[in-house]
Write a protein that binds this ligand. Sequence first.
Ligand code: 13P
Length: 347
Amino acid sequence: MLEDVSMNLADLNKVALAMVTPGKGILAADESSGTIKKRFDAINVESTEESRRDYREMLFSAQEALSKYISGVILYDETIWQKAKDGTALITLIEEAGAIPGIKVDEGTQALSACPGELVTVGLDKLAERLKKYHDRGARFAKWRAVIDIGAHLPSMTAIHVNAHALARYAALCQAAQLVPIVEPEVLMDGDHDIDRCYDVTQRVLNKTFKELRNQRVALEGMILKPNMVVPGKKCPKQVSVEEVAEKTVRLLKECVPAAVPGIAFLSGGQSDEDATAHLDAMNRLGALPWRLTFSYGRALQAAPQKAWSGKVENVAAGHRAFSHRARMNGLASSGQWETGLEKMVA
Ligand code: 13P
C-alpha cells in the first residue's frame, strides 16, 4: 500500500483518542452568528461581537470544569481569533485548561436543488486553505454537520448521498491537513415520527456515510463520529424509556460503525439536559463497546449556563456553577457513573 506522506495517522489517532478520554467529552460552542443570536434572544441579550466574546469567555474561564470534564472545545471562526477582556486569546484559555481546540469548518446549509424541503451542507471550496490557517492557529480537530430531516417522503436517497459525499470529502481534506475530522450526519428529531423510523433513517445515513468515507480513503482510526441518538420525534405521541433509547442506539451503532473508529461523541439535538445525560449514561452502562461513547453537546451543556449568565458580568460565577454542574454530570455519564440524585446536588 502506498503511504500517504502528507498525513501522520498515529498522531491523528492520538488526538482522536484524547477527544474521547473516559470521563470527558466535547463542548460544542461553535454556534454560527445566526444561531447564537437565537439563543441570546431567548435570554434578552443583544448579539454583538463583544457580547458573544463575553459569553464564550465566561464558558472558557470555567477552568476547573474544563480541565476535569472537557476534552475539546469546538469553536466558530469568529471565536478562534478573539481575545478575552485581558488580551489573552480565547484559544489559549482552552489550551491552558488542557482541552483541545477544534473548529467548525462547514459554511451552513443550502436548499438542495430538485429535492424540495431538503438541505445540503456547503463549504468545500477553498477548504484546504482554510484548514491550514486553523491548524496554524492551534486547532487540532474540525467539525462538519450534515442535516437530514425526516418527513412523510423524506429523506430522499439523493439528500443522503450528496451529504455523505461532502462529509467524506471534508474528512479526507482534514486528515491531509493533520486535523481530526468530526463527522456529523445529524438526523433531526423534529417531527412526529416514531423511534423505529428514526432507527431506519439513521441506519441508511450511517451506512452511506461510511461507504463514502471508505471510497474516499478516510482513515477511520483518525476520525470521530458525531451522530444523533435513536429517539422518537419530539412530536411523536409515543415517547420511550431511557433504556429503549440506549439499547436501540447501541444496537444500530454496532451494525453500522466499524470498531476502527476510536470514538463516538453524540450531539444533543434538542433533548432536555437531563435526557441527554441519562441516555449517554445508560449506553455506557451496557458495557463492552468497541468504541468510546461520550458527548459533544451544544444546547445540553450550554442552556443552563446561558440562562444563569444572562449577559451580566455579576452573573459570571453563576454561569460557571451551572456549566460546571452539567459538565460534571455528562462526564460521569461518559463512564456510566451518573445517578439521577446527583442532579439535585449543588455543583
Ligand atoms: P446540540 O448538542 O445542541 O445538538 O449541538 C451539537 C452540535 O454541535 C450541532 O452541530
